[in-house]
Design a protein around this ligand. Structure first.
Ligand code: R5P
Length: 265
């Protein structure tokens, strides 16, 4: 792997733990002003000191995030259908030139394995990887789950492996309680988990803990952080699980009684 590509990937992984806590705030690209992100700057800016990378669209990056941040940006570069339409009908929406102009450390897009437009999204991934390789920009493939698709190890394993085979440098997928380690084993590139719909804080910490113990390289979590009653405490607790090996009980205790620290501590 070329130095630039390696350097960009390594920039989002914590040197001590080798893991990453990415903050996903791209939901508006198909959901509009969703709960917790109605005023993106108010939600995102207090969380910036605690994330290892920001997963975001160019519009919210340009309009809501200060340009002097010290956080690597992964740019969501696919979209098209709103939540009202067939979600798998995505196109690439943001060029590589634009990603470089925005100083992105990586780009990300969804594939819809089993979805109506499966072939189109997988071929989009191939084209994105071709272009990204030219500039040393890593690609995060997101194994989105369509309306009728299950979230079991068989399906997630299929989708993650296809993403890696097509050339994705990292994969974001969902956690499944049964056989998640098989999903990880079958995918030769690092896997981070999305959090999915908001669940109680302790359950979300448990999910992160399980995923890490079964081989995930980290999380790219959104709603379970920014929709939490206390987003800053929640991201600190998630960091403690991912980077410091906290038990779920200890991390939940930290959530309830947060320490005054940041990602550098
Ligand atoms: C979908 O909107 C995006 O890919 C999100 O970045 C991803 O689902 C992670 O966010 P959450 O933890 O809210 O599922």
């Amino acid at each position: 792997m070329d130095w630039g590509m390696k350097n960009r990937i390594e920039s989002i992984f914590n040197r001590k733990s080798g893991k990453t806590v990415m903050l996903a705030v791209d939901h508006g690209y198909f959901q509009g002003p969703t709960t917790g992100l109605k005023k993106p700057a108010e939600t995102i800016n207090p969380l910036l000191p605690y994330c290892d990378s920001l997963f975001i669209t160019r519009g919210i990056l340009r309009n809501c995030i200060p340009s002097n941040i010290n956080v690597p940006v992964f740019l969501r570069v696919s979209g098209g259908p709103s939540v009202l339409k067939e979600l798998s009908d995505e196109e690439l929406t943001t060029s590589m030139k634009e990603a470089i102009r925005l100083n992105a450390s990586g780009v990300g897009m969804s594939i819809f394995v089993g979805g109506e437009y499966e072939t189109k999204t997988i071929s989009n991934l191939g084209r994105l990887v071709n272009e990204a390789e030219e500039y040393g920009i890593p690609v995060l493939a997101i194994t989105a789950v369509g309306k009728d698709m299950g979230r079991d190890a068989r399906y997630l394993g299929l989708a993650c492996r296809i993403a890696a085979e097509i050339g994705a440098h990292m994969v974001k997928t969902y956690y499944c309680a049964e056989d998640f380690e098989k999903v990880v084993e079958g995918c030769p590139v690092p896997i981070v988990i999305a959090g999915g719909k908001k669940i109680p804080e302790k359950d979300a910490l448990q999910m992160a803990h399980n995923a890490i113990s079964k081989g995930a390289a980290g999380v790219d979590m959104g709603r379970n952080i920014f929709q939490s009653e206390n987003p800053v405490s929640m991201i600190k607790a998630i960091r403690a699980v991912v980077h410091e090996g906290y038990s779920v009980d200890d991390a939940f205790e930290l959530y309830n009684n947060p320490k005054d620290d940041s990602k550098n501590n």
